[in-house]
Design a protein around this ligand. Structure first.
Ligand SMILES: Nc1nc2c(ncn2[C@@H]2O[C@H](COP(=O)(O)OP(=O)(O)OP(=O)(O)O)[C@@H](O)[C@H]2O)c(=O)[nH]1
Ligand SMILES: [Mg+2]
Length: 718
């Protein structure tokens, strides 16, 4: 394929509710651009975009697919994304590299949950949106209702460029009030006739043209003056005005489509070419060091990887956008994130499995490199001595956690490898082995996301797995002072063991002075602090260890062993085996035996003394509390609130934004199991939420009692 200069490139992401017709539209766009010479269909499992077995089985897109077409002497790169929010990772990555969104609307449903969700994502990524009302050929299509719903959701930004004369089986064309033409289509090959607007449509066409002209004039002062002078704007001026309005996200132009019958697809593509920004005119990209990098083909070469995929026979494919300069085949670049050197041995433009070889790509273009050794999603490759690192894609936070284990223990290692590859391909899949919970925890965007993962493990990797509830990472701590003396003594043949430790423990508080005297169990203990060691624990909180031994009651060389014993018990808390935190321990006395004392004896004495003291120190179990933010349509707000309260949630605040309420709550993690699934069912999928760790808090007494009962301590005093 030839090289397209920056101003001849357009990068577009296809968005929309599940089943609105993005993949079908993508197919028609490939056809119009002659990448394929026959259109496949979702039903026949023959589309370019839904090429994987799992997508074909569900007849739904699951992965984003990067595609290109050549059209009107331009290169149009576009990314088909899945409509289900469970797979939103691909959408976030696409927003990073595309300059414009095309929101596909199903004319039978108008504005759907998915429409709202993706419009929010577009807003968050500051990208202009074109609205394409699709499926106008279906019997239940309702164009006017769809436009009304769009107005309701997005206000006066919604501006009609086209309207259909008839919908349903009779849908064979539309009036375009930018071109002031009527387009009629024959059959489903995209072949069209450009006609004058018939007299009976003239009034409506003129009316909508006026609205369009006014919208176009509004965002450019010069155009506004022209409009006042002439009372109208010509085609080119309207485009200029729409371009300005779209750039500020003030205008969302509306188009008519039947992707299935290839009606309106070419006209939409023309509009994208004519009006959507080329990369150098779109928003500038910044590096993490806040350097703005202009999209300039003559500058130093730099590319950003937004998607990594493993394909059979091809190996790893890295999809990238050229951020600056011109990258050529055979070029050596440096990965700014890990310093490795990479050679661009082969470059492609891809449309699913269709590939066109490229010798070079310029700033703003999207392409694919194969056989990079050490480069993945979110990394930047530079030439010309640059060390640019572009801001990574911020993927949505995980919403669904599960523990996973292979049905066959022998698959353990294989499972680890498969999961890490899955994470590489889909960064919204997070995998972590929790040493604490002794579980592998997989998190994703929803139950469906995780079920697909399970299916893929079975069908692609041949690993059968079980999904289990993840354990909760509780913490243990104490609330008051206590003391214990423990003697470890063993005399069963051979050398004996002897160690005796006296210690005091109390809750740790960063601001408290060093301990001096304690009144415990009717005794008064005075401490003589000789040494203090403070440990910040891997699992949060602190352990402060004071050595206060006087008169050589215990040899200094045994102190590390005592600390080790205590630390072991901190790692496996005395109440439930969870990590303990925020405790200070003072070892102030003990006894040694001239022959039998050794490190192991003192370790065990330390450990058991600590355990005993811990149990008398008003121990409590702490649980992780998450800050949950739910964005919910006002109508479902009551249900969402009472559900959160049933989950021991504390509602912290609410704020409204246009038909939606944002509810903030603090909820124990233990109560959030499968929350995404429940939320979806009580709101018919209309709510979204985020959750992040906030703090540890004491569990209520009834929960503590239940947890204590559940924990059957296996060890006896050693
Ligand atoms: N009648 C009619 N059906 C359409 C049209 N476009 C798509 N469809 C059908 O609608 C269904 C969904 O189409 P897809 O293209 O898979 O929709 P999608 O938006 O990619 O769906 P997801 O990937 O699941 O989000 C399929 O059965 C299509 O054949 C259209 O213009 N008219
Ligand atoms: Mg699709």
């Amino acid at each position: 394929m030839k090289t397209y200069s920056t101003e001849k490139i357009r990068n577009v992401v296809l968005l929309g509710a599940p089943g609105s017709g993005k993949t079908t539209l993508a197919e028609a766009m490939l056809f119009e651009g002659k990448v394929i010479d026959r259109r496949g269909s979702v039903e026949a499992k023959t589309t370019v975009s839904d090429s994987t077995e799992v997508e074909q089985a569900y007849q739904r897109s699951i992965y984003s697919t990067v595609m290109y077409t050549e059209f009107m002497e331009r290169k149009l790169n576009f990314i088909d994304t899945p409509g289900s929010d469970d797979f939103a990772g691909g959408v976030f990555a696409a927003f990073k590299v595309c300059d414009t969104g095309v929101m596909v609307i199903n004319a039978q449903n108008g504005v759907e949950v998915g429409t709202e969700i993706f419009a929010r994502y577009a807003e968050r990524h500051n990208k202009p949106v074109i609205l394409a009302i699709n499926q106008l050929d279906s019997d239940k299509a309702d164009y006017d209702a769809s436009v009304a719903a769009l107005r309701d959701a997005f206000g006066k930004k919604v501006v009609q460029v086209q309207y259909p004369i008839a919908t349903g089986a009779g849908f064979d064309g539309f009036v375009d009030v930018l071109k002031m033409k009527m387009y009629k289509f024959k059959g489903d090959t995209g072949e069209r006739e450009d006609l004058e607007i018939p007299s009976e449509e003239m009034e409506r066409a003129v009316e909508l043209n006026k609205v369009l002209v006014e919208a176009a004039a509004e965002y450019d002062e010069e155009l506004m003056e022209l409009f006042f002078d002439k009372g109208t704007l010509d085609e080119e001026e309207i485009r200029r005005g729409l371009r300005a309005g779209m750039k500020n996200r003030e205008v969302m132009p509306v188009f008519c489509l039947s992707a299935k019958k290839d009606i309106g697809v070419k006209r939409l593509m023309e509009f994208i070419i004519n009006v959507a920004p080329s990369p150098e005119k779109a928003r500038e990209y910044k590096t993490v060091d806040d350097e703005a990098v202009p999209c300039d083909a003559a500058a130093a070469p730099s590319l950003f990887v937004f998607k990594t995929m493993v394909e059979q026979h091809m190996g790893e494919l890295c999809y990238f956008r050229v951020m600056s300069g011109t990258v050529t085949e055979g070029m050596d670049l440096i990965n700014a994130n890990n310093d490795s050197k990479e050679r661009l041995t082969q470059l492609f433009a891809t449309a699913g499995k269709n590939r066109a070889k490229l010798s070079e790509l310029v700033a703003g273009d999207i392409g694919c490199a194969v056989k990079l050794k050490n480069t993945h999603t979110n990394e930047t490759l530079n030439g010309g001595g640059k060390t640019w690192k572009f801001y990574p894609i911020t993927f949505p936070q995980p919403k669904f956690r599960t523990a996973i284990k292979p049905k066959n223990a022998a698959d353990d290692e294989k499972l680890g490898e498969a999961l890490s590859r899955m994470h590489m391909e889909d960064p919204t899949i997070l995998v972590e082995y929790s040493k604490e919970l002794k579980q592998t925890i997989v998190s994703g965007q929803g139950e469906h996301h995780i079920n697909i993962l399970k299916r893929n493990l079975s069908s692609i990797y041949k690993i059968e797995v079980e999904l289990l509830n993840p354990k909760i990472p509780y913490r243990e701590t104490i609330t008051k002072v206590s003391a214990a003396d423990y003697r470890h003594k063993k005399q069963s043949g051979g050398a004996g063991q002897f160690g005796e430790v006296h210690l005091v423990i109390e809750p740790h508080d960063d601001n408290a002075p060093d301990p001096k005297t304690f009144k415990v169990d009717g005794r008064e203990i005075t401490l003589n602090v000789r040494g203090k060691e403070e440990y910040t624990l891997d699992w949060g909180g602190k352990l402060v260890f004071y050595s206060c031994i006087v008169g050589g009651a215990i040899d200094a060389r045994f102190l590390p062993a005592i600390l080790k014993g205590i630390m072991e018990k901190m790692e496996e808390g005395p109440l439930t085996g969870s990590y303990a935190r925020d405790i200070r321990v003072a070892v102030y006395d003990g006894k040694m035996h001239p022959v039998d004392s050794n490190e192991i004896s003192f370790k065990l004495a330390g450990r058991n003394a600590f355990k005993e003291a811990f149990r008398k120190a008003g121990p409590k179990i702490m649980e992780p509390i998450y800050e949950v933010e739910v964005l919910v349509p006002s109508a479902h707000m009551g249900d969402v609130m009472s559900d959160l309260q049933n989950r021991r949630g504390i509602i912290e605040g609410m704020s409204s934004e246009k038909n939606f309420e944002l509810v903030k709550a603090r909820v124990p993690l233990a109560e959030l199991n499968k929350y995404s699934t429940t939320l979806s069912s009580i709101t018919s999928g209309r709510a979204t939420y985020t959750m992040r760790f906030a703090e540890y808090q004491q569990v209520p007494p009834d929960v503590q009692e239940k947890l204590l009962k559940e924990y059957v301590e296996t060890e006896k005093d050693e």
